[in-house]
Ligand binder design. Structure first.
Ligand code: TK8
Length: 358
């Protein structure tokens, strides 16, 4: 049974020394499900280049390794997937453009920068829309979500499946944040916060009194290191696996947005595959997405605690403090709900609420 997270880590599953303390590189992660199914007939050989934004220790990378293994095993090695992590082939926006031109075969961006292709995806950027992971999974597995994936048709991108980037948390290097006033700064300037290239995220942080700057993920670490921005927001596992704690002193458990990833393939690559291979790719994508969500869940709280162990001051927010953020960002709904579609929002909320009551 392949344990990617052990074979991938520089110190496979062991500890690394930081300031004399040993820190685990990853939690004990579940192994991927066994790969079953017969080897397909020979429909030619393909080498697929896949660019992703996150590090080799991330759930995104580990689950992509599983995706690659399914394809290799089920085609007796005729389909090879070479994965390029750490935004080395470009950022989300650039890699989606490369899918359109066919200069890259696959990528795995967040849904937020993909709203330029399918505007309905902006529903996922509405703050505090999805109250639990169960609700988020139900929505990502819904027919409504599948219609958003199908809506990529004709853009040059084949959208295969959603998975979990996760609940976004605020980090910064200026001050602890427990309230919207801490973001805006009463007697000091508002925080400068990097956001994804997405208008709803810009609106969220403007509404909170911050100074938001849209920026590619690959440029973020150096921007924080040089003080170009005070902070950013991402799931705990991204903050940890991208080593943001080296340049960020404070974390706040805001959980303000749940962002999905979308696994994508260039339509040119997709069209070169025989129907049997296309069916296999779609099945492998769904299986790897399920595994990715499991890894993301196993990483989430563990990453927050690791960040705290490594010196980040983490502010956990109670229900009243979260409610203060929800109230402060209500104008974002007022502005964006009519533009995204009240009916779409209502259907997503209905699915989310039903999941919460299961
Ligand atoms: C990685 C990005 C990242 C996203 C961001 O490619 O840009 O902050 O959350 O995970 O998709």
């Amino acid at each position: 049974m392949t344990r990617y997270w052990r074979s991938t880590l520089p110190l496979a599953g062991a500890a690394t020394l930081t300031l004399g303390m040993a820190h685990a590189q990853s939690p004990e992660l579940s192994d991927p499900p066994a790969i079953d199914g017969a080897v397909l007939d020979d429909h030619g050989s393909h080498t697929i280049r896949m660019g992703i934004g996150l590090a080799e220790t991330s759930p995104q990378y580990l689950s992509s390794r599983y995706f690659a293994d399914i394809l290799a095993q089920r085609t007796d090695g005729r389909i090879t997937v070479n994965i390029f992590p750490n935004s080395q082939l470009g950022d989300d926006v650039q890699m989606m453009e490369m899918l359109q031109t066919g200069t890259l075969d696959m990528s795995y961006p967040s849904s937020s920068p993909a709203t330029t292709y399918v505007s309905e995806l902006a529903v996922f950027d509405l703050p505090f829309l999805l109250p639990t992971r169960e609700a988020a999974i139900a929505v990502m597995n819904s027919d409504v979500a599948q219609e958003m994936l199908d809506a990529f048709e004709g853009t040059g991108i084949k959208a295969l499946t959603f998975s979990e980037n996760g609940y976004r948390q605020l980090s910064n290097s200026a001050r602890p944040v427990a309230s919207p006033d801490d973001v805006a700064g009463l007697d000091v300037r508002g925080l400068s916060v990097r956001t994804m290239e997405n208008p709803v995220h810009l609106s969220i942080w403007e509404t909170l009194g911050a100074n938001p700057t849209p920026m590619a993920f690959g440029e973020l670490f150096s921007a924080m290191e040089q003080g170009v921005v005070d902070g950013q927001e991402n799931p705990w596992s991204t903050i940890l696996t991208s080593n943001f704690h080296e340049v960020q002193d404070y974390g706040s458990e805001t959980r303000h947005v749940y962002t999905p990833f979308i696994m994508m393939m260039s339509e040119r690559t997709w069209d070169r595959l025989a129907p049997e291979y296309q069916e296999l790719v779609q099945d492998a994508a769904r299986k790897s997405a399920e595994y990715e969500i499991q890894l993301a869940a196993e990483y989430d709280d563990w990453s927050r605690d690791q960040l705290e162990e490594r010196g980040m001051q983490i502010t956990r927010l109670d229900d009243d403090q979260i409610a203060a953020f929800q109230e402060a960002v209500q104008p974002v709904y007022d502005e964006w709900a009519p533009r995204i579609g009240e009916d779409l929002i209502a259907s997503i909320q209905e699915i989310a609420n039903a999941a919460g009551n299961e």
